[in-house]
Design a protein around this ligand. Structure first.
Ligand code: SF4
Length: 368
């Protein structure tokens, strides 16, 4: 079988599947959500949905940082890069994400100065080489925030006056809580993100287990990691427990990476922020704190009050909430493909629609 040949430890995998069948027996329909784009891709790549008992459903949540970045942020970025003096630096996966005024790639093709960088440090280095303004698009979850915080401190220490950041960082646990507050959502447990948890540890999920009584397991990214995490979640449900457990113990310490987290807290304040599809969520974003506010591109370029044109057709908002599967979007695989994406969930290499297109659609049915 093609699926089994992908395993490094085939026997362990089969053993885990047997245990999953036992654990799922007599449980009602169980919905487990992953909130990490790398998990979404790994689940698709391994064909996991087809291997689980019928009463165990995997749904994808807001785990891709590019996908959850709202139109307004992209519109701010495009407004910035249209300014003569601005050089905009971004990670490559933001280039094709549509805002209401188009994409950065389209803006670049009009001659605006958009540069793809691989780290925030590269953007800071560019500021040292140019007289113009350099703005870095600081997007991502808890995983990328420490490296950005480090660059903010360095820019401040070296008084680099032509450098600033458009901060769009987001925090995962408040988004999980926001999903659970939505009465339409049926989530019994979360496969928690390994990379994010390496920074924050297990404590920030504790309220999900205690207040919302949902099972949480922090998982790694190998197929076996995810299968084992699913088993651990089912065992919690079977025993009517809700706890935060760590499957990915080879990388995640219960207390996380304290130094990285301290760096984040030194540079950023926790604020409310808008998520694509989920709206404004309290305490779910980061903003530069007072000491570093002079590095805030929104303030430097007076960006408030940008109006956003609403785009109706893309269903990324419902996809990011796990309310529908990409297969239920009428544009999926027809007008919306990885070569011609309509929404961010198809653009990003970690987007749910891209994962479904790559792994859940037969090659002959693809329109690329
Ligand atoms: S298939 Fe395309 S249009 Fe539909 S929700 Fe996904 S990204 Fe949006």
């Amino acid at each position: 079988m093609k699926f089994l040949s992908e395993y490094r430890h085939q026997r362990e995998a089969e053993n885990l599947y047997s245990l999953i069948s036992v654990a799922a027996n007599n449980l009602p329909l169980v919905s487990l959500m992953e909130v990490c784009g790398t998990h979404t891709m790994a689940i698709g790549r391994a064909g996991l949905r087809k291997r689980l008992p019928e009463n165990v459903r995997l749904i994808s949540g807001p785990g891709c940082p590019v996908c959850v970045t709202p139109d307004g942020y992209l519109d701010e970025a495009i407004t910035l890069v249209e300014k003569e003096e601005v050089n905009l630096c971004t990670f490559g996966d933001m280039m094709r994400v549509p805002g209401s005024r188009g994409t950065l790639e389209q803006s670049q093709s009009k001659g605006n100065k958009v540069f793809v960088v691989y780290s925030p440090t590269e953007a800071l280095e560019l500021a040292g080489k140019t007289k113009g303004e350099v703005v870095f698009l600081a997007v991502g979850f808890e995983t990328t925030a420490p490296a950005v915080a480090w660059v903010v401190k360095k820019a401040s220490q070296e008084k680099i006056r032509n450098f600033s950041l458009l901060v769009g960082h987001k925090l995962i646990p408040p988004a999980m809580a926001a999903l659970l507050e939505d009465a339409r959502m049926k989530i019994d447990g979360f496969i928690c993100p390994g990379h994010v948890s390496a920074i924050i540890g297990k404590q920030p999920y504790q309220f999900i287990a205690e207040r919302y009584r949902r099972a949480c397991v922090i998982a790694g990214f190998e197929t076996l990691d995810i299968v084992q995490a699913i088993l651990m979640l089912l065992q919690q449900l079977k025993e009517k427990r809700s706890a935060v457990e760590i499957q990915y113990s080879r990388c995640v310490q219960p207390e996380g990476n304290r130094k990285a987290w301290e760096l984040i807290r030194e540079v950023f304040s926790v604020v409310e922020t808008e998520w694509r599809g989920l709206g404004i969520i309290p305490q779910s974003g980061l903003a530069l704190n007072k000491k570093y506010a002079w590095l805030d591109a929104r303030k430097r370029f007076s960006l408030s009050g940008i109006s956003i044109r609403k785009r109706e057709k893309c269903k990324c908002g419902e996809i990011l909430k796990g309310l529908i599967s990409p297969l239920e979007c009428p544009l999926f695989g027809q007008k919306c493909t990885p070569s011609h994406p309509v929404g961010p969930c198809m653009v990003s290499s970690e987007g749910t629609c891209a994962a479904y297109y790559q792994y859940e659609v037969e090659v002959g049915d693809r329109h690329d």
